[in-house]
Design a protein around this ligand. Structure first.
Ligand code: AMP
Length: 436
């Protein structure tokens, strides 16, 4: 047992995982740019009050999961590590007077978040999110833009079978009547509720809908849903959102009990799940409208909407679906019949790298058979075998997966590799003439 290990609930992202995360971060950056969401970086820690106010005092995140920090010499925990990004971004929006910019202000950030939660599969104390916000537009078209963007990310990462769960949670005008009806219903079962849910019922009844307790979930099966309580303005907003999503051909799954349990959350609420894997633990991400939040930071009322995708869970799903396997592997490895000719191998690899092809080179003076084994172990699609043909400007291009090989002019190598690798990734077979 080594003397030191990574703290409980944290992980080292070794090269294979780190490559997947890096790739997801690249996809997030590319999509942010494509959709006009500009990057923002806020501190990893903030005044605790930013989270207490911006997330809500009666939430698991603030009650139990904040990593609080004490500054040296102080006797209070003034700071906390960020458990999510929205609160810090809204704080920054107000601090920098972003309401004077053209509205809405579209912002995105990618990075680690920290929650002192009980670690388990898919639940860590340091985890990663891609967070996207649009502040200053009451929607509903922008809600649809964000939802489609979240789904586009998952699709571009290569993960399949992700379902959008969607609800409207009303606003300050209509939610109170719904909460009253919910409380009236749950009060009948109060004795059957576990202490946590009883506490929630009194402190913040909507949060009972988020319960992880199976017995409470069964009780909730017959509870009233918010649908019947939406006021005309919230109903219009939701109907229009549905129409926009339909226009974008985004399939939805109505989730009448999906809530975000805080007053400043309004109207749109959504979560992404792998099909058939519903339940709190497995949400890949979630988001919604928070029209009352900016006001809590002392600015004039400003509507906002955003989402956070859980990169760790999406990466896990990508690995399960085999998506991650080809990421970060070399397209080709240069090997050679003459073990000692490492300079020739390195020179060709350097030439291919300069042309943008991810290329490895076997730089150990070992036999060709060994070099080929190494290339296969690295997961390369091709081995480029240097032999006597090099004098005529040719090398053997060996497809390690198909077990075929053919002579290729060195001058054509980049084009050949790019074409063959691209068609391979898209599931087509390389139909060029081959000879083994
Ligand atoms: P939330 O802000 O709680 O809705 O979180 C948004 C997404 O972040 C969730 O759907 C998860 O995918 C992910 N997430 C939240 N908490 C954790 C955690 N402790 N470990 C890993 N992923 C998390």
């Amino acid at each position: 047992m080594p003397k030191f290990q990574a703290p409980r609930g944290t992980r080292d992202l070794l090269p294979a995982d780190a490559t997947t995360y890096r790739r997801m971060s690249d996809i997030a950056s590319r999509l942010s740019e494509l959709y006009g969401y500009r990057p923002i970086e806020t501190p990893m820690f903030e005044d605790s009050a930013v989270f207490e106010r911006g997330i809500g005092e009666v939430t698991d995140i603030v009650e139990k999961e904040l990593f609080r920090i004490r500054s040296p010499g102080s006797d209070e925990d003034r700071w906390a590590l960020r458990p999510e990004a929205t609160a810090g971004i809204c704080r920054a929006f107000v601090e920098h007077g972003m309401h004077t910019l053209p509205q809405p202000v579209r912002l995105a950030t990618f990075g680690p978040m920290f929650r002192y939660d009980r670690p388990q599969a898919g639940r860590y104390r340091q985890f990663y999110q891609w967070n996207v916000e649009a502040i200053g537009d009451a929607g509903p078209a922008i809600d649809a833009e964000l939802i489609e963007l979240a789904l586009r990310f998952v699709r571009d990462v290569g993960v399949q079978d992700v379902e959008l769960h969607l609800n409207s949670i009303g606003d300050a005008a209509c939610r109170p009547a719904y909460i009253a009806a919910l409380v009236e219903y749950l009060a009948k079962y109060e004795d059957a509720l576990p202490p946590t849910e009883r506490h929630r019922l009194r402190a913040n009844p909507l949060r009972v809908l988020d319960t992880r307790d199976a017995r409470t979930q069964a009780i909730l099966d017959d509870a009233p849903t918010i649908d019947a309580f939406l006021c005309p303005a919230c109903r219009d907003h939701f109907d229009s959102l549905l129409a926009h999503l339909d226009r974008l051909e985004v399939p939805i799954h109505r989730a009448p009990r999906l809530v975000r349990g805080l007053d400043y959350y309004t109207r749109t609420a959504f979560e992404l799940y792998q099909r058939g894997a519903e339940g709190q633990q497995s949400a890949l991400g979630g988001g919604g409208r928070y029209d009352g939040l900016i006001e809590l930071f002392g600015a004039r009322p400003t509507p906002g909407v955003g989402f956070a995708l859980g990169i760790d869970r999406i990466a896990m799903l990508a690995a399960k679906q085999g998506v991650a396997e080809s990421i970060g592997k070399p397209v080709a490895v240069v090997v050679g019949a003459d073990p000692a000719a490492t300079d020739v191998r390195l020179a060709l690899a350097t030439q291919l790298r300069a042309a943008g092809v991810a290329t490895g080179a076997d730089l150990a003076p070992r036999k060709l058979g060994r070099q080929l084994e190494g290339a296969a172990r690295e997961g390369a699609h091709f081995a480029i075998v240097i032999g006597d043909e090099l004098e005529a400007g040719q090398v053997q291009l060996r497809d390690l997966e198909a077990g075929t090989q053919r002579l290729v002019n060195v001058a054509d190598l980049v084009r050949e590799l790019q074409r063959a690798h691209a068609s391979h990734r898209h599931g087509e077979s390389d139909t060029s003439p081959t000879a083994t």
